[in-house]
Design a protein around this ligand. Structure first.
Ligand SMILES: Nc1ncnc2c1ncn2[C@@H]1O[C@H](COP(=O)(O)OP(=O)(O)O)[C@@H](O)[C@H]1O
Ligand SMILES: [Mg+2]
Length: 597
């Protein structure tokens, strides 16, 4: 996979086991009932060889009715055994599914809390493989692994004593090949794992390429890269094919080899057993030979499974570890269970006091302070890279805002529960993320039911405010137009306005708009600004913008440069001061003139 490899976290092996134990204990009912059924199914299965023995001995003595009675007993035991077997499997596999389900839920819930720093470390491909392959591996460990371990124990407990009771010498000889069995399957299991891993990886590489090419389709076309992408894809297919063939070859060899092992045990029984019948007919019978054969058959599969078990165990543990990498990652932004603040009790007065923020050791905000009274509008202006977007995200706690730096109505925002904060502070990001669904759903994303008819009116009005309604109406499907993967069907400006619509629809007390105009033309800009004026009435507005025309409408302008507030005041004051802001205004006025020519 092309995702950056994540450094393996060293953690004591007991973490993986204690997590598994905890999950299993929660499923104890299913597990216990499953184990009881497994025991019963082993007992009923073990009774059948004995019936075979009695039936054939009766037959040898020409007592046909007795033989028939044992035949009926075989049918009864077989029926009962099948039922127990199915029941045990359902229980134990259910427990495995249940464990997988619980773990998946935890994984998803935790992923929702993790921040950018985690996803920078672990790419989407890696996260996906943990949420799919590794979870499946855990299910295999608990379901298949657990079932076969317990099953093997019962099969041995029932069948081996019966063999030894009848003929210890032959039992010893016939069981000799079995440890070799375990050894061989273990080897096969390991090789099988390596090869199926290679096949899976090849598939992963291929799908990553497809995803990359599809999402970068425009670039591929623009630079005429189809042929080279195609060649790369062909190569991926070849690798995947080779990996799968090699896996198939291994499977093809494995079963005949195991068959050979089973045949060896049969050979020993018939050879040694026949010799004994000939020398001492009283001590051993044809029925015994048949019974030995079927007892051995009953422990053959559990023994093969035991060979697998070791690799399932190792892989399962490795998978639990990889899942723990996600579950134990700490979120960038910690939620608090401080005394909850009711969203209704907040007016939306923002106060930033000496806010400092560093990214990778580099100071991006070097002590920013500003005050926005509730219901007022502030513009944050500055060059690219000044720190405006970082400031906007910190205000909404989309990044780990330091404590004691940002206050909402006097409450430190790091002490406000996230759910409340998210309801009060709405952020439209500069590079918005769109889901590959309809425009309507993207705008009404935060609504309880984005498709409800009453939501639809809100969507239309929000899109109207964002000056996108006319363009959306011109699309064949209107608001139901699918925006494509991350919004590829839309232009940059349209995407921005969808995100703006999303923020406006929520009507939060504090609206933080990060450069909502960076990708729209001047005429649309004016209309959007009017709409923002309208929408922000009675709300606190933080408008990040590089446009003086937009800043001029705000009550207050804060100019940010290299992470510091270099100027602050009203538009008129700053123009009069003849600083950075005034120069920016001059240049933009000039550009407007040039444009008009
Ligand atoms: N995730 C990030 N990783 C590294 N550097 C970042 C990250 N986000 C922002 N920066 C840096 O922080 C500085 C401020 O960025 P930003 O707030 O986006 O500027 P702008 O004022 O253009 O919105 C820039 O130098 C940028 O390179
Ligand atoms: Mg920015």
């Amino acid at each position: 996979m092309s995702a950056a490899p994540t450094a393996p976290v060293s953690r004591p092996p007991s973490r993986a086991w204690s997590l598994l134990r905890e999950l299993l204990v929660a499923q104890r009912r299913e597990v216990i009932v499953g184990v009881v059924f497994l025991a019963l199914s082993s007992v009923t299965a073990g009774a059948i060889p004995q019936c075979i023995r009695f039936a054939s001995d009766a037959l040898m003595a020409s007592r046909a009715p007795r033989a028939m009675a044992f035949a009926l007993a075989i049918a009864a035991f077989a029926g009962l055994g099948a039922w127990f077997r199915v029941a045990s499997r359902l229980r134990v596999f259910n427990a495995g599914r249940e464990v997988e389900f619980v773990l998946r839920e935890r994984l998803l819930a935790h992923l929702h809390r993790l921040g950018p720093s985690f996803f920078q470390r672990m790419g989407p491909g890696e996260v996906m493989s943990r949420a799919t392959n590794d979870l499946a591996q855990v299910r295999l460990l608990v379901g298949f692994g657990g079932l076969n371990l317990v099953n093997a124990v019962f099969a041995y407990l029932v069948n081996i004593p019966l063999l030894f009771m009848r003929n210890p010498r032959l039992a010893t000889l016939a069981l000799l090949p079995f440890p070799v069995f375990v050894f061989i399957t273990q080897g096969f299991g390991r090789a099988m794992f390596a090869r199926s891993r290679a096949a899976q990886d090849a598939l992963g590489v291929m799908s990553e390429r497809v995803q990359r090419v599809l999402s970068g389709m425009r670039v591929v076309r623009a630079y005429g890269l189809e042929a080279s992408q195609r060649a790369g894809f062909d190569q991926d297919i070849d690798r995947s094919l080779e990996a799968n063939l090699s896996l198939a070859r291994l499977r093809g060899v494995m079963f005949p080899v195991l068959g050979l092992g089973a045949a060896t045990a049969s050979f020993i029984v018939v050879w040694v057993g026949s010799a004994q019948i000939i020398t001492d007919p009283a001590s051993f019978t044809v029925g015994d030979i048949l019974a030995f054969q079927s007892h051995l058959a009953l422990i053959a599969w559990p023994t093969i499974a035991l060979g697998y078990l070791l690799s399932i165990l190792q892989r399962g543990r490795a998978s639990v570890d990889r899942i723990l990498d996600v579950l134990e990652a700490s979120p960038d932004v910690d939620d608090v269970d401080a005394a909850p603040v009711e969203p209704e009790s907040l007016d939306g007065a923002l106060s930033v006091r000496d806010l400092r923020y560093a990214i990778e050791g580099r100071e991006v905000l070097a002590g920013v302070s500003l005050e926005v009274p509730a219901g007022r509008r502030v513009a944050i202006v500055g060059r690219t890279g000044a720190g405006k977007s970082v400031l906007a995200r910190l205000l909404a706690r989309m990044l780990p805002t330091p404590a004691g730096a940002v206050f909402l109505d006097g409450h430190d925002i790091t002490r406000i529960p996230l759910a409340t904060l998210r309801a009060v502070v709405g952020l439209a990001q500069q590079e918005p993320f769109l889901f590959s669904t309809t425009i309507a759903r993207n705008v009404a994303f935060a609504e309880p039911d984005p498709d409800a008819p009453e939501t639809r009116d809100k969507v239309r009005s929000a899109l109207g405010s964002a000056q996108l309604m006319a363009e959306v109406d011109a699309m064949p499907e209107g608001v139901f137009t699918i925006v494509g993967e991350r919004g590829v069907q839309l232009s940059g400006g349209q995407k921005q306005r969808v995100a703006l619509g999303r923020a406006l629809l929520a009507q939060p007390k504090v609206l933080v708009l990060d450069d909502p105009l960076s990708a729209v033309d001047t005429r649309t800009e004016a209309a959007i600004l009017d709409a923002i004026d309208e929408a922000s009435r009675g709300r606190t507005l933080v408008l990040v913008t590089h446009r003086v025309a937009a800043a001029a409408r705000c009550d207050q302008v804060v100019v940010l440069d290299a992470g510091r507030v270099v100027e602050a005041g009203t538009h008129d004051e700053l123009i009069a001061r003849d600083g950075l802001y005034a120069r920016l205004a001059e240049r933009q006025a000039l550009e407007a003139e040039l444009e008009a020519m």
